[in-house]
Design a protein around this ligand. Structure first.
Ligand code: ZN
Length: 176
């Protein structure tokens, strides 16, 4: 079995704070009420709570869509889908170890904002979850631009190196 590098307790605390601020920033930006936020029907988990099939090495996070059927539902009732944001501790820790300018807190804020924007766009039917690859890449560029827009005027220490890290995505946008 592969030995993964998990967040320490301190790092988990930092990531939890990053999740809280990211949820606040993104829901403010899209003017979501707390019940609308709830209806996005997602959860955010770190490596310790991921199954083997939810772990990847080439992403900092990935979204997996599950069909959710509550036991109380009628047997033929509609199946609701549920999005699980799977945070890849080992990938994040690896790149933070390699780039001395990158700090965990601003990096995690960026990553979680980014994934939340994806989910909002799926929920608003602005993007298909199972889009073909070229469309997924175009969506990736749009989501990076939106993430930058939401975070650009927020006072979080050391966001600059995070923006720099993702600059190639914004430069890939038409008309940049
Ligand atoms: Zn993305």
């Amino acid at each position: 079995m592969t030995q993964y590098h998990y967040f320490s307790l301190d790092e988990l605390g930092i990531v939890n704070n990053a999740v809280a601020i990211a949820e606040e920033l993104v829901s403010n930006h899209y003017k979501l009420s707390s019940s609308q936020l709830l209806h996005l029907n997602y959860d955010i988990k770190t490596l310790a709570d991921l199954g083997p099939e939810e772990i990847v090495d080439d992403h900092f996070a990935q979204i997996i869509r599950y069909a959710e059927k509550k036991k109380t539902d009628f047997p033929d009732g509609p199946v609701k889908d549920f999005y699980k944001i799977c945070i890849q501790d080992h990938s994040i820790l690896r790149v933070i170890g390699q780039c001395e300018d990158l700090d965990l807190y601003p990096f995690a804020v960026y990553i979680v904002c980014h994934e939340l924007i994806h989910i909002i766009r799926f929920r608003k039917f602005l993007q298909h979850f199972d889009a073909p690859l070229p469309e997924k890449i175009e969506e990736e560029i749009r989501v990076h631009i939106k993430t930058h827009e939401i975070l650009a005027n927020i006072n979080i220490k050391n966001l600059g190196p995070v923006f720099e890290f993702y600059r190639k995505w914004r430069m890939a946008a038409p008309g940049y």
